[in-house]
Design a protein around this ligand. Sequence first.
Ligand code: NDP
Length: 342
Amino acid sequence: MAEVSNKQVIFKDYVSGFPTDADMYMTTSTMSLKVPEGSQAVLVKNLYLSCDPYMRARMTYTHTSYIGSFKPGSVLNGFGVAKVLDSGHPNFSKGDLIWGFTGWEEYTLMTSTETLFKIPTTDVPLSYYIGILGMPGMTAYAGFYEICTPKKGEYVYVSSASGAVGQLVGQFAKLLGCYVVGSAGTKEKVDLLKDKFGFDDAFNYKEEPDLASCLKRYFPEGIDIYFDNVGGEMLDAVLPRMRSHGRIAVCGMISQYNMEKPEGLCNLISIIIKQVKIQGFLVRSYYHLYPKYMEMVLPHIKEGKIVYVEDTVEGLENAPQALIGLFSGANVGKQVVVVSRE
Ligand code: NDP
């Protein structure tokens, strides 16, 4: 049976502080391009890999989420788009394009197919299935519509607003007729928010020494909805600015992921005074809404009413740097790694 070489990204060991290049390394193994006789496995060629902030938590020994920590010495894994080369599973055939959980390598033999989905339409870029049409898209959709229960005319604030999730939350809010302000960490990103995604206003939080007065400037009437991607001092500064009966969707806390001891908040009393509803959520609880989301978002993409910006790096060997870059804001839009274009 013919064997091919398979480049892989290996997770070296548990990380404390910011992840670095030294925490991952490349290796090359060999593998057969046939699934073992009698198995229901699916063998895929990986095309696009997704870099996502939650992967940082998986680099920690104590991580207890449903996915679990990466195993030192093993291939990293995460969301990807891939092409089926061989299949022993009745639901998948050679030539199918799929998205779901895959390895950070050129070829992956999947023995579990629970998290694999066939790609229904290819008249959008395939990489969208790890972005707007994949996990980040569902996160924005569920977080905004289900958790924030938005209404036309409300004041909406989105942090990390130019990223994979944030850029969509802002556009959903604009489509509904809300007033939307986003924050991001560079001028380029701030310009993108206003000029490309149609946010009403945007600011660079790194240039704001006093977040409380900054938020007062951008939201003189207060904030009805805060879509929180960062946590920490930004969340603390938002609390007193919330309007009565405001809602906060706690989507992520990227400012805290590399800290040994997360920051405490000082303004929690505002939750009572402003009667704010704060809800954390996990996208995995909302995948049943995926068909409804697709029905809503696909026409908007095709009509150009929603745009999606990706930051693409070429080559599996550049995947570790791309992942690390999320934590310094190096990515402009959804961070995608191209392993192969076919
Ligand atoms: P992004 O594409 O937004 O990438 C991460 C961005 O975070 C960076 O570009 C950077 O942008 C910003 N950032 C990095 N460090 C800090 C910091 N210390 N303080 C403030 N901002 C920082 O990622 P996603 O859109 O994929 O994810 C956004 C958030 O949503 C993350 O917190 C993630 O964990 C969470 N998430 C939650 C899910 C859920 O089920 N609850 C599912 C998916 C994502 P900048 O230049 O603006 O600083």
